[in-house]
Design a protein around this ligand. Structure first.
Ligand code: CIR
Length: 258
């Protein structure tokens, strides 16, 4: 597996915020947590390709929003926040050796944080960041490969994957106040602990799960069900409204199996 990451920007304190109040962010601490995140990805089997920090791009550590990588193609987004559009060039260049690229075009917008891929099913949050035109563009890029794209409702949080993520191809972790459970009735749903509403974002790394240490109650529930969960502290990145999936693009390394 390859994991593309991007160093924490020195200007992260000027990040976009939608549902959170601005709090001071300790850049050195954010960097240390991000390095720990990368080490965890390596331990779980990823080769990390770290892009350099972008001084004038406060949110650039959150590479997930900039592309959605499939086995067949990488869909390069036009992020919903205008302040984030300059992030695209470096991420697209990093993906180009590994996948054919499809670039979104105006006026559609889409953030990768709104795209939940579970096997051949793709759920896309309709949010302030992701427009119906953006969802259509994703659909026309990937339906030829047999993916089924479905729009999903989101309320009260930034992205669909703030509200729901996959534990495996049959099971999703959900905060039902933010995602609509009935839109995912084909799946087994596990609820976040009520005391941990922001705990629905978990990253699949092969057969393991990478999770923020801020959610011990939900983690205990997952471990009791047999999931292997690696917990790391990402509190400084959380102040920028980012979670564990946001900080990487993880995909199969095809160069290993030509
Ligand atoms: C933003 O508002 O765009 C960033 N401050 C946070 C992005 C988090 N990304 C994600 O959930 N995929």
């Amino acid at each position: 597996m390859i994991a593309i990451t991007r160093e924490v920007s020195p200007s992260i304190a000027a990040c976009e915020l939608t549902h959170l109040a601005r709090e001071p962010i300790d850049v050195d601490r954010a960097r240390a947590q991000h390095a720990e995140y990368e080490r965890a990805l390596e331990r779980l089997g990823c080769t990390v390709q770290r892009l350099p920090a972008a001084i004038d791009m406060p949110d650039s550590v959150f590479v997930e929003d900039i592309a959605v990588v499939f086995d067949e193609v990488a869909f390069v987004t036009r992020p919903g926040a205008a302040s984030r559009r300059a992030e695209v060039a470096a991420v697209a260049a990093a993906l180009a050796p590994d996948r054919p690229l499809v670039h979104m075009t105006m006026p559609g917008t889409l953030d990768g944080g709104d795209v939940l891929v579970v096997g051949r099913s793709i759920f896309v949050g309709r949010t302030k960041r992701t427009s119906d035109a953006g969802i259509e563009q994703l659909r026309s890029a990937v339906e030829r490969f047999g993916y089924l794209v479905t729009a999903a409702s989101v309320r009260g949080c930034l992205h669909l994957k703030s509200a729901i993520t996959a534990l495996d191809n049959e099971t999703l972790l959900i905060n039902r106040r933010w995602a609509a459970a009935e839109e995912f009735e084909a799946y087994q749903l596990i609820d976040v602990d009520p005391a941990e509403p922001t705990g629905a974002n978990i990253a699949r790394v092969g057969t393991n799960l990478l999770y923020a240490s801020a959610f011990p109650r939900t983690r205990e529930q997952l471990e009791r069900r047999g999931y292997s969960v690696t917990a790391i502290e990402v509190s400084e990145l959380a102040k920028a409204e980012g979670a564990v999936t946001c900080c990487s693009l993880i995909f199969a390394d095809h160069s290993q199996h030509p």
